[in-house]
Write a protein that binds this ligand. Structure first.
Ligand code: ZN
Ligand code: ZN
Length: 715
C-alpha cells in the first residue's frame, strides 16, 4: 500500500501586520487546510517543503518553526545552534516560500460532510490506529463514509478533535523512535510504501502491524468530560497519573506542538469557541446517569469470603481516594482476586466509565471472559486476543492480552492489570508503556498479583500506591509451606557426560520437525529430539516423595528448569516407579481416586512449545494424567484438585526466582476438601530465592491468622 506524501506549509493572515497570526502545518492536501482555516480569517498559504514522507515533513515543520522562533527571538543563539545540528537526510526541499495560495485558489475544494466527521471522531475515541485499522473499524461497525478518508482525518486534526503522529518519528535532534510502542531502536530499510531507500521501521511492534516513518497514526482520547463531574475528587487525579510519554519532551513536542491541531488551538485562542468542534456537539445534553439505564449489578454464584469482602471494599474505596491513582492487590495464590475487583468494575461502569482488564496470557483471558460475563450480565464485553475477529467494537469492559492494549489511547477510567509479574508483561518496557497509555489521565490502575516485584512493594511501603492484601484462600486454610529436600540431584553435565546440556538429537529424528520456541527463560530450544544414550538417576529420597503421593491417590506437579530435563525426569520416573506414559488416544478420563479398579499411574511432560501442550494440561487437570513433569509454563492459571508440588533443581536461580517458586508452590491445596497438600523444594543447596519464597508464604499465613481469616468458612 502506497503511503501519502505530505507538504509543510505556513498559513497566515495578510491583514495582520504583526506577523503573529501564522500557523505551521503538515498536510497531504494544503488547499483543504486553507479552506478550513479561512473560516478563522486566514487568507494565504505558503508551501515550505514537500512532498515528503510524514516523519520528514513533521521534522521539517519542526525545524521551520525553530528557525522562525530564532528569527523572532534575538537571544535564541542556543536554539539556532540546535537547529544547525539537525539535517533532513535523503530529501530535498522543493519549495521555499514561493508557492503561495490564496482563498481564491481553494474555492473549489469540497469540505467533508459533518456526518463523516462525526463518524470518524467516534470510531477513533480512545484509540490510536493506522489508517487501515480505521478502515477495518468502520467495516466492523457497519459504518460508511461518503467522503475521502484522509480529507476527513485532516479536517478533524484541524478542528482539534484528533491528533496525528508519524508511527516512527524523528525528533529535532534527528533521533528516531517508535511512537506506537516507545521503542528507540528503529531500523533503516528500503520501503515500497514511500519509495524511499532509507525509511525507518520499528521491529519491536511489527507483529501488530508495521510502524514506519511514512505511516501516520491517528489518535484521540476518549471524551469523558461529563464523567469527571460524576466521580467525586477525580479532578485532582487528572494531574497525577501522567503517561510516561507526557514526561518525554520529544514526545510532548511531537504530539502537542507540531501537529497543526494543537498549534492551531494555541493560535486561535478565543476564536475556538466559535469554531465547531464535533466532540462538543456529541456531548450528551441530559445528565450521564440518566442516559445509562443499566445498574450493573454484580451477581456471583458464591458468597465472597470475609477476606475477599474486606479487600473488595478497600479497592472500591480506593476509587474515591483523590491522592492515589494506583492500587496493588497482593493476594495469595488461589485467593480469588479477580472476583474482588468485580464490585470496583461495576462502580466505574455505573458512572459511565470504561474498564480494561489486561492480562499477560492469552489462555487466562479466555478463561476470565465468561466469569465476568456471568458476574456483571449488564456489561458489554470485548475479548481481545491474538486471533480475535472483532477488534474495534465499543464495549463497557475490554478484556485483552497486554499486547492488544497498544491500539488504545487514554481510553479507560479503570485499568485492572492481572498477573502483573507474569511473562511477557514483566520487564517489558513496551507493554508497560502501552498499558499506561491506554489509561485515561484521570484513570485509576489496579495491579493484581500473588508475587509483586520489589519495585511495587517499595512503592507500597512509601505509600505511593495503595496496598490491599488478601492473605487467605477462599477455603480459609493456610498455604502449604514448602519443605526443603537437600539432596544431590544429578547435574545435567553429569547426566550427559561428554554431550552438551541441550542433549543430543537422535539421528532418527529430523531436526526440522522439532518445533522452535521460547520458554519463559527466553532461551531457544529445539523440540522433539530424543536424548540418546544418557539417563538420569533421581535420588531415592525424591522418588519416595512421588511414590507417597501416588499411593495416596494424589496428583503431582514436578517442576524442572529446562525442556531437556522435563524429558529426562519423565523417563526416569516412568522407569523407576513403573509409571506408564500417557497417550492422547487413552480416552479414559478417570483419576486414580475415582477408578474402581487399580490402574497404573500415568505420566506426561509439558513445555511451552510442546505439540500436545493444551491436551496434556487438560488431561492432567481433569483425569487420566497423574504426574506432569513441567517447565515453569504451568506455574499459573491452573487448578488441579488433590495435587502436590515437587520443584526439582529449585536452586536453579536463573529460572526459579522467588516469584516463580511462590507461584509453583501455589498450585497445591487449592480446592475445598484438600487438606493434605504438600510442597517440596528439592535442591543441592538452599538459595536466597528459596528462603524468600518460604518466608513470604509464612508471612501471608501469619497475616491471615492475625486477621482472623483462617478457617472462617466451613470446610
Ligand atoms: Zn516508508
Ligand atoms: Zn514500535
Amino acid at each position: 500500500m502506497i503511503e501519502k506524501l505530505y507538504f509543510v506549509y505556513d498559513v497566515f493572515d495578510v491583514q495582520d501586520t504583526s506577523g503573529h497570526r501564522k500557523v505551521t502545518g503538515v498536510s497531504h492536501y494544503p488547499l483543504l487546510d486553507l479552506k478550513v482555516l479561512s473560516a478563522l480569517g486566514y487568507t494565504h498559504l505558503a508551501i515550505i517543503a514537500g512532498p515528503l514522507p510524514l516523519a520528514w515533513a513533521v521534522h521539517e515543520a519542526d525545524r521551520h518553526k525553530l528557525r522562525r522562533q530564532t528569527y523572532r527571538d534575538r537571544q535564541g543563539r542556543f536554539a539556532r545552534f540546535l537547529g544547525s545540528l539537525t539535517r533532513t537526510p535523503g530529501f530535498k526541499r522543493v519549495a521555499a516560500c514561493f508557492n503561495i495560495a490564496t482563498c481564491h485558489d481553494c474555492r473549489d475544494v469540497i469540505l467533508p460532510a459533518e456526518e463523516d466527521l462525526d463518524i470518524l471522531a467516534d470510531v477513533l475515541q480512545g484509540r490510536i490506529l493506522f489508517d487501515r485499522e480505521i478502515t477495518q473499524a468502520l467495516l466492523e461497525r457497519g459504518l460508511h463514509l461518503t467522503g475521502n478518508l484522509y480529507d476527513i482525518l485532516q479536517t478533524l486534526i484541524l478542528k482539534g478533535a484528533i491528533g496525528r503522529v508519524p508511527s516512527v518519528a524523528v525528533d529535532r535532534f534527528g533521533i528516531a523512535s517508535c511512537r506506537r510502542c516507545g521503542n528507540r531502536d528503529v531500523v533503516q530499510a528500503p520501503c515500497s510504501a514511500c519509495s524511499s531507500e532509507k525509511c525507518l521501521y520499528c521491529p519491536k511492534c511489527a507483529s501488530m502491524g508495521q510502524a514506519r516513518a511514512c505511516r501516520p497514526l491517528f489518535y484521540s482520547p476518549r471524551n469523558t468530560a461529563s464523567l469527571r463531574n460524576v466521580i467525586p475528587g477525580q479532578d485532582v487525579i487528572v494531574s497525577q497519573n501522567k503517561l510516561p510519554g507526557d514526561d518525554d519532551p520529544a514526545f510532548k513536542n511531537e504530539i502537542s506542538n507540531i501537529d497543526a491541531a494543537a498549534a492551531l488551538n494555541k493560535a486561535i485562542g478565543k476564536a475556538r469557541t466559535a469554531f465547531r468542534n464535533p466532540l462538543t456537539v456529541q456531548e450528551p445534553t441530559e445528565p450521564p446517569n440518566a442516559s445509562s439505564k443499566k445498574d450493573f449489578e454484580v451477581r456471583l454464584p458464591f458468597e465472597l469470603t470475609k477476606a475477599q469482602q474486606h479487600a473488595s471494599q478497600l479497592v472500591t474505596d480506593f476509587l474515591e481516594n483523590p491522592t492515589c491513582s494506583e492500587c496493588l492487590v497482593f493476594a495469595v495464590c488461589g485467593a480469588g482476586k479477580t472476583e474482588v475487583v468485580f464490585q470496583t468494575i461495576a462502580q466505574v461502569l455505573r458512572h459511565g466509565g470504561k474498564v480494561l482488564l489486561a492480562i499477560p496470557r492469552s489462555d487466562v483471558v479466555a478463561e476470565i471472559v465468561p466469569r465476568i460475563a456471568s458476574a456483571i450480565p449488564d456489561a458489554s464485553i470485548l475479548e481481545l486476543r491474538g486471533q480475535a475477529k472483532s477488534r474495534y467494537r465499543d464495549a463497557d469492559i475490554v478484556v485483552a492480552t497486554t499486547h492488544q492494549t497498544i491500539r488504545f489511547f487514554q481510553a479507560f477510567d479503570l485499568v485492572v492489570l492481572d498477573e502483573v509479574d507474569a511473562f511477557p508483561y514483566r520487564g517489558s518496557a513496551i507493554l508497560n508503556y502501552a498499558v499506561r497509555r491506554a489509561t485515561a489521565p484521570w484513570g485509576n490502575t489496579v495491579f493484581m498479583t500473588a508475587t509483586p516485584g520489589r519495585e511495587l512493594l517499595r512503592k507500597a511501603d512509601r505509600k505511593e500506591i495503595a496496598l490491599v492484601r488478601i492473605p487467605a484462600r477462599h477455603h480459609g486454610r493456610p498455604l502449604p509451606e514448602p519443605e526443603i529436600i537437600q539432596t544431590r540431584l544429578p547435574l545435567p553435565d553429569e547426566v550427559c557426560r561428554g554431550s552438551s546440556f541441550r542433549g543430543i538429537l537422535d539421528r532418527n529424528t529430523s531436526a526440522s520437525e522439532a518445533p522452535q520456541g521460547h520458554d519463559k527463560s527466553g532461551q531457544v530450544y529445539g523440540g522433539t529430539g530424543r536424548i540418546a544414550g544418557c539417563g538420569l538417576l533421581l535420588p531415592d529420597k525424591v522418588l519416595a516423595i512421588i511414590e507417597r503421593s501416588l499411593a495416596a491417590s494424589r496428583k503431582m506437579f514436578v517442576f524442572v528448569p529446562t525442556v531437556e530435563l522435563s524429558r529426562l525426569v519423565s523417563a526416569e520416573i516412568s522407569a523407576s516407579l513403573h509409571v506408564s506414559g500417557y497417550s492422547p488416544a487413552d480416552s479414559r478420563r478417570t483419576t486414580l481416586r475415582d477408578s474402581s479398579q487399580p490402574r497404573t499411574p500415568r505420566i506426561a511432560s509439558i513445555h511451552a512449545a510442546h505439540p500436545n501442550r493444551e491436551l496434556h494440561r487438560e488431561a492432567f487437570r481433569t483425569g487420566p494424567i497423574d504426574i506432569i513433569v513441567s517447565t515453569s509454563v504451568l506455574e499459573r492459571g491452573i487448578t488441579v484438585p488433590d495435587a502436590d508440588v515437587l520443584v526439582l533443581y529449585a536452586d536453579y536461580e536463573r529460572i526459579f526466582d522467588t516469584a516463580t517458586l511462590i507461584q509453583m508452590a501455589g498450585r497445591a491445596g487449592r480446592t475445598e476438601d484438600d487438606t493434605q497438600a504438600k510442597v517440596y523444594f528439592a535442591a543441592r543447596q538452599v538459595t536466597a530465592s528459596m528462603r524468600d519464597a518460604i518466608r513470604l508464604i509464612q508471612d501471608m499465613n501469619r497475616h491471615a491468622a492475625e486477621s482472623g481469616y483462617l478457617h472462617s468458612t466451613p470446610i
